[in-house]
Structure formats: structure tokens, C-alpha cells
Design a protein around this ligand. Structure first.
Ligand code: GDP
Ligand code: MG
Length: 594
């Protein structure tokens, strides 16, 4: 079969999108006229942030000099740790990968993590040293590093530049020659892996699949292995990258399926599509239902927007099986929603879309992980809402999620980075020398890297360190709930869970930040941090009489109006708590960096 299914993997910014575009252009998938940079990154937000959130596949035709024609399915993968599971499923849809390394940067943390993902999936790796046009490029050095670190022979590397197009022809030949044709019997019972999906208002959920065995065609009754749900195939097709309707998808193909699926949770990434009356004996292994790990409360600043917020959340959820929400009430913030995300980036993306696409003003509470609490009466429960955390006298133990963190960095920064990891309650597993660089493997509480860890890591290593992580389960810890009082009243939405050793410094940081961001009121406002009723830090918002209108001596009504409007705008992201107006920054005080 003249098909090659592959993906491009790389550390962020090593030129994946640019090279993909060059390949598309070379194979005529993009007219020079409507060429836009980075065609595969579709969402507007992705373009702005320069990250790939959804995996977009594209089908291409490559004609060799001898006239042989090949179908290439290039599957793009998300480029952020929050979406690692989706990356692994996209890779499972391929037989090979192009592993890019920036010729001026060499091997980085995600180069290694991605290479191992490819190896775990038994994929053929075509090493590509990219950006060879850069003056600082050291292609031989980068190839040597691939050999030293990952064990890929330096002589196998293809030298290329996505910018100039140099080496792209060699690369296309390498794809044909080195990546194996997909196996599979089109007559066998159907077995197709879902590697992505999206919701379409007319067709329902569109599944992106790799057919491993059998053939997918319209009218076929199908069953989803893990959800057990059954449907009838409506349409199948391929990507150009737009969706094109086709006749059938035989084993080896990559394409899409519409089957009138209304709920994205019935057909999740990683699940296996099979024929209802002739199921495959074994589904594709390793299915993991999408599971949020970071939670935050979202509240409309204007209570009138509650319904609109719910509708917007429902619409986002239709398209995102990894996102969930449920109603929540806060004494301080009123009615809102507790939302679950894959990570902080995922949370930021959803909040930004709510504000941008749905024009909502929101207050978000500090992100929290899921804690497992064993009570003195023996019951165990999980909570991701600090406001619900039981008082200490009712708790026997608390466990928190841990991650295995891998940090790659130049040797000279090892000292400060190890110190940072120590501050974050990390414990070292191993330290490996990788050429001139060091790989540190640590076990760290997930909560400790949630907020500013990545920024701190970058700043103390002058941008040279990079990181990746995976969840490794729960461990016991001395965790406490810190309550925050504004004007002597506990504000439930401001509570945070923190390790005992850090409670004082965190309490200090939060009250100082709050005193700084809460606008002065007519009276002094005390802000306090407490643990079990005991005050651990306090600060005061000074009194100030802010009589703006007095400034426009009588007469000018329109000027008065303008001023009032201006004040109202400034208040958009404020929440009235008792008699005090508290701005959004106060709720995220815990996230602020010193
Ligand atoms: P991605 O994060 O791996 O998708 O990387 P991008 O394709 O977005 O590229 C990251 C940056 O490197 C952008 O500023 C590109 O313009 C630049 N870049 C990508 N490929 C090349 C190349 O071959 N040569 C040079 N000089 N710059 C490149
Ligand atoms: Mg990209």
C-alpha cells in the first residue's frame, strides 16, 4: 500500500509548524496565493499563542521522480504537556515520526520525551536537524547529540530548513524509504483508533480515526469499545486539511467519521471503533478517559450573566471531553461553576475563550488540585475545592497528587534549579549527564509546579531549562487550609490548601498582595490569613476618600457621565464582598510571583 502515516514531533519552537507548512506547500496542498503561516494551527488562540491545541491531520499526495505516487497522512500533535495523552494517541495512529531538532539548540526536554513516546509506540524515527540556515546552526553537533542522548545514529539525520525549504526533497524521500507502509487487513473485523474529535452543529461529533483493521464505510453499524455506545456511520472522508467526503476508509487509512454522535463523552480520544455485529477481539490498548486534574471556580462578575455563562460552558464542553463543570455556590461570589481542566494552560484557554467568544466578565478562583482526605470517622473523600476542606480536628490524613518531573538544563544552572526543586518539596530520583547538559528527574507535589514554577525555572536558567512531567499518584502530606478574612469576614472563595512548612510565607504573600490590589475604601480594611482560626498574617488596606465627582465643578453633565462610566468599567472585574469591592487580582493573589 503506498501510504505513509507520520507525525512531526519536536521541542517547542524547534520549527514543527514551519516545516509542516513547507511540506504542504511542496506537495501542492497550499496555493502560493492563500498561503498563510502555520496552516495546521487552526484556532485563533493557537495562532496567537503559537501552540497547537488540536491535532489536525492532512492528506497529501507525493509523486516520486520515477512516477510512483504515495499518499501521506501528516498528523499534527498538540505541543503542550497538558495535552500529552492526545499526543500519544496521535502517535499511535502513525508508523513513523519526523523528530525535529533545532540545529542551534540541540536536544531539549521535549525532544527526549517525544522520542521516547515514539519508541514506546514502535514508530520509525526519522531524525531531522532543522533550521540549518541559522548562522548559529551546528547541524553535526545536533546530530551527534541525538546519537549520544537517544541512540539515533548521527548518520541517519536529514538536514533541513523549514524556512528556506532546503533539504525538504531529501526528507520526502526519507519518509517513503524509511517509514513502513501501514499493516492491516481491510477484510478483518473493524478496528479503528480515535485520536481526536470535534463537535459540529450539523453532523454531531466528527471522529478523527486511524483504521487499523477492516474497513469503515457509510451505513455500517458501529460500536465504541469503551463507552459501549452504538451508532450508524453516516459519512466518512479524509482531510485536505478541510473535510472531504469519501467512499470508505480501508485498513491503513487516516480519516474522519460522522455517525450522528451527539455527546463527545460517548466517543473519547483513545477509544476503539468496531463493527457492532462483528467486533474486533481486542480494542486498541491503553484507553484513558479524559480526566481534569486542575480545578477552579468561575463566577460571572455580573450575577445576571449566570445563565449565559452556563450556556457558554455547555457549548465549550460539547467540544472538549477533557473539560467539565458543575454548579457551585460561594458565600462571597454567589452562583458560579466549579470547572475542571487538564492543566493551567487548558484553564487559561477556556477562560480566554469565554471572555473573547462569549463576551463574559469572569472572576476565577485560584486553581487547585484534587486532595484525598481521610476523616477521623474513616471515610475518604476527594475534594478540589479548598472551601470544602474539613477542619483539622476531623482529618486523619491528607494525600496530594505527585508528578515525575524531568528538567533539562545546562550544567551551570544545576545548583539554583536543584534549590528551586527543593523549595517545591521535590525529591531527586536521578540526575543524568547528557552531553553538556543535565537531566534532573524529581518527584514533586503537583500543586507545587501549578503556579509559577515554569516561569521561575525559565528565569533562573536564563531560558535554557525545559521541563515535562507525568502524574504518578498520591502521597501523604502535612497540608493545611489557609483562610483569608477581608474586613474580619472569612471569604470562602479565597481559601487555599498549602503545605504546613509554607503556610506562613504564603499567608503573608496573599495578604500583602491583597492589600495592594484592593482599592482603598472609606474606612481601613483589615486582611488576614488564618489557620484553624489562628491569625498567621495580616495587612491593612488604608482608608481613602475617593470623591471623583468633586473634581468636576458642578455644570458639566457629560463629563460627569463619562467619569462615572469610566469608574464602572474599572469595576468590571470586581466583586462586592460585604462592604468591600475585591478585584480579580485578589482572587489570584496566590499565583502572584514575589
Ligand atoms: P513549533 O513551535 O515547533 O511549531 O515552531 P514554529 O514552526 O512555530 O517555529 C518557531 C520559530 O522558529 C518561528 O519564529 C519560526 O519562524 C522559526 N523557524 C522555524 N523554522 C525555521 C528555520 O528553518 N529557520 C529559521 N531561521 N527559523 C525557523
Ligand atoms: Mg507549532
Amino acid at each position: 500500500m503506498n501510504v505513509r502515516n507520520f507525525s512531526i514531533i519536536a521541542h517547542v519552537d524547534h520549527g514543527k509548524s514551519t516545516l509542516a507548512d513547507r511540506i504542504l506547500e511542496r506537495l501542492g496542498a497550499m496555493g502560493e496565493r492563500d498561503r498563510r503561516d502555520q496552516t495546521l494551527d487552526t484556532l485563533e488562540l493557537e495562532r496567537e499563542r503559537g501552540i497547537t491545541i488540536k491535532s489536525t491531520p492532512v492528506r497529501l499526495t507525493y509523486k516520486r521522480e520515477n512516477g510512483e505516487e504515495y499518499t501521506f497522512n501528516l498528523i499534527d500533535t498538540p505541543g503542550h504537556v497538558d495535552f500529552n495523552y492526545e499526543v500519544s494517541r496521535s502517535l499511535a495512529a502513525c508508523e513513523g515520526v519526523l523528530l525535529l531538532v533545532d540545529a542551534s539548540q540541540g536536544v531539549e526536554a521535549q525532544t527526549i520525551v517525544n522520542a521516547y513516546l515514539a519508541i514506546d509506540n514502535n514508530l520509525e524515527i526519522v531524525p531531522v536537524v532543522n533550521k540549518i540556515d541559522l548562522p548559529a546552526a551546528d547541524p553535526e553537533g545536533a546530530a551527534k547529540e541525538l546519537e549520544d542522548v537517544i541512540g539515533i545514529p548521527a548518520g541517519d539525520a536529514v538536514f533541513a530548513s523549514g524556512k528556506t525549504g532546503q533539504g525538504v526533497d531529501d526528507l520526502l524521500e526519507a519518509i517513503v524509504e524509511r517509514i513502513p507502509a501501514p499493516p492491516g487487513d481491510p477484510q478483518a473485523p473493524l478496528k479503528a483508533l480515535i485520536f481526536d474529535s470535534f463537535y459540529d452543529a450539523y453532523q454531531g461529533v466528527i471522529l478523527f480515526v486511524r483504521v487499523l483493521e477492516g474497513t469503515l464505510s457509510p451505513k455500517q453499524p458501529i460500536m465504541l469499545f469503551n463507552s459501549g455506545k452504538t451508532f450508524e456511520v453516516d459519512k466518512v472522508g479524509t482531510f485536505t486539511p478541510g473535510l472531504v467526503v469519501g467512499e470508505s476508509l480501508p485498513a491503513g487509512s487516516v480519516g474522519w467519521v460522522a455517525a450522528g454522535i451527539k455527546d463527545i463523552h460517548d466517543a473519547q480520544v483513545g477509544d476503539t471503533v468496531t463493527q457492532k455485529d462483528r467486533p474486533t477481539p481486542e480494542p486498541f490498548p491503553g484507553f484513558k478517559p479524559a480526566q481534569p486534574v486542575v480545578f477552579s471556580g468561575l463566577y460571572p462578575t455580573d450575577t445576571e450573566d449566570y445563565r449565559r455563562l452556563r450556556e457558554a460552558l455547555e457549548r465549550l464542553k460539547l467540544n472538549d471531553a477533557a473539560f467539565n463543570f458543575e454548579p457551585e455556590t460561594s458565600e462571597a461570589l454567589g452562583f458560579g461553576f466549579r470547572c475542571g481542566f487538564l492543566g493551567l494552560l487548558h484553564a487559561e484557554i477556556i477562560q480566554e475563550r469565554l471572555e473573547r467568544e462569549y463576551d463574559l466578565d469572569l472572576i476565577a478562583t485560584a486553581p487547585a488540585v484534587v486532595y484525598r482526605v481521610t476523616l477521623t470517622n474513616g471515610t475518604v473523600f476527594e475534594t478540589q475545592n479548598p472551601a470544602e476542606f474539613p477542619t483539622r480536628d476531623r482529618i486523619t490524613t491528607v494525600e496530594e497528587p505527585y508528578i515525575k518531573l524531568s528538567v533539562m538544563l545546562p550544567e551551570e544552572y544545576v545548583g539554583p534549579v536543584m534549590q528551586l526543586l527543593q523549595e517545591r518539596r521535590g525529591s531527586m530520583v536521578t540526575m543524568n549527564y547528557v552531553g553538556k547538559r543535565v537531566e534532573l528527574i524529581y518527584e514533586v507535589p503537583f500543586a507545587e509546579i501549578l503556579y509559577d514554577f515554569h516561569d521561575r525555572l525559565k528565569s533562573i536558567s536564563r531560558g535554557y531549562a525545559s521541563m515535562d512531567y507525568e502524574q504518578i499518584g498520591y502521597r501523604e502530606g502535612e497540608l493545611r487550609k489557609v483562610d483569608i478574612l477581608v474586613n474580619n469576614e472569612v471569604v470562602d472563595a479565597l481559601a487555599v490548601i498549602v503545605h504546613e512548612d509554607k503556610a506562613y510565607s504564603l499567608g503573608r504573600k496573599i495578604v500583602d498582595k491583597m492589600a495592594e490590589v484592593i482599592p482603598r475604601q472609606m474606612f481601613p480594611v483589615p486582611v488576614q490569613a488564618t489557620i484553624g482560626g489562628k491569625i498567621i498574617a495580616r495587612a491593612t488596606v488604608k482608608a481613602y476618600r475617593k470623591d471623583v465627582l468633586a473634581k468636576c465643578y458642578g455644570g458639566d453633565i457629560s463629563r460627569k457621565k463619562k467619569l462615572l462610566e469610566k469608574q464602572k468599567k474599572g469595576r468590571a472585574r470586581m466583586k462586592q464582598i460585604g462592604t468591600v469591592e475585591v478585584p480579580q487580582e485578589a482572587f489570584l493573589a496566590v499565583l502572584s510571583t514575589e
